[in-house]
Design a protein around this ligand. Structure first.
Ligand code: PMV
Length: 319
């Protein structure tokens, strides 16, 4: 959860938000099937809002090479538009001067939710700075609106898991359901280093679905079954069953045309290095893959992924 700086005066406010991975159900979730996602707290966005003597809202976000005043940004700038939307919602027409520092360890365009995490942390920090704190539900709704501006037809899974910072069983348009793990399990995340063109892959799946809805509906149904069984396995303390489910889910994602040679290579490498199973995670065609491992084999699998070309790995425990 984004931690607001305890005991701060109004002159400095901090908030943060985690990254995320989708365990099961990406793409099918856009078509109202369930998906499972968990936060990744090894990476995060931090936002700090401070008083400033210079007029306007000056933003410093080195990870996207942004150093500028709000009014000089295009209205659809990914960060500027978050601030403008927030001011609109809170009815703030002439905000006092402030300096906004945004730093992030979440790789950009890698399927780890960096965009949604920036929005969540920024909204929490700014709304608290202006003494108008918002509930998680309000933050989630606003970030979803922003995701729609930039990603076309998002399901809302990214903003939900990142806002609530809990494992979620997500069905578009349904009340938020979090879930508990019966037994912790370890995931290795491997980054292909290829930017994940989520908007494009979601658009391509839509075109294919329109051309052959019977085949694609069947694939979505199979993925939905996997998400259901996966949730049961996690809750009943049998995470070892997830490996085979990941392999099946990856095959279905290949059929949706959203894998890539780089993702397939890392998935295969992880399995050969001793993972119970592996799949791409997120929009696909690039970005990250995930592998279910025993804690003791995590390092071996992570090293194998790096040797096979992964740009970085993250080991995370889901508990
Ligand atoms: O690429 P990511 O991690 O933002 O994930 C996109 C997940 C999709 O199911 C492909 C799209 C969506 O909006 O749910």
């Amino acid at each position: 959860m984004g931690a607001l700086c305890a005991g701060c005066f109004l002159s400095i406010v901090k908030a943060s938000a985690p990254g995320k991975i989708i365990l099961f159900g990406e793409h099918a979730v856009v078509y109202n099937r369930p998906a499972l996602a968990v936060p990744v707290n090894q990476v995060q966005v931090d936002v700090e809002v401070l008083d400033s003597d210079s007029p306007g809202i000056f933003i410093d976000a080195p990870m996207v090479d942004l150093h500028g005043e709000l009014s000089t940004l295009q209205p659809d700038h990914p960060i500027g538009s978050v601030i403008l939307k927030l001011f609109q919602l809170l009815d703030i027409s002439s905000p006092p001067s402030a300096k906004v520092n945004i730093t992030s360890t979440i790789p950009v365009a890698a399927g780890l939710g960096s965009g949604a995490a920036v929005s969540v942390a920024l909204i929490r920090a700014l709304s608290a700075y202006f003494n108008r704190p918002m509930t998680d539900e309000q933050v989630n709704d606003l970030v979803f609106e922003i995701e729609k501006l930039h990603h076309g037809t998002p399901s809302g899974i990214d903003n939900t898991v990142i806002t609530f910072n809990k494992p979620v069983y997500f069905v578009k348009g349904q009340p938020i359901e979090t879930f508990k793990t019966g037994k912790p399990f370890t995931i290795v995340i491997g980054d292909t280093g290829v930017p994940a063109p989520t908007k494009e892959s979601v658009g391509d799946v839509r075109r294919l679905w329109l051309q052959d809805s019977v085949t694609f509906e069947n694939i979505f149904n199979e993925i939905a079954q996997i998400s259901l069984i996966a949730r049961r396995s996690i809750e009943s303390g049998k995470p070892e069953l997830l490996g085979e489910l990941m392999n099946q889910n990856h095959e279905l994602l290949q059929q949706l045309t959203v894998s890539s040679p780089e993702l397939d290579n890392l998935v295969e490498t992880a399995r050969n290095a001793g993972a119970h199973g592996a799949k791409l995670s997120g929009g696909g065609r690039g970005g990250n893959m995930i592998a279910l491992v025993e804690k003791e084999t995590a390092e071996k699998v992570a090293n194998a992924l790096i040797s096979a070309g992964a740009k970085r790995t993250i080991v995370t425990e889901v508990s």
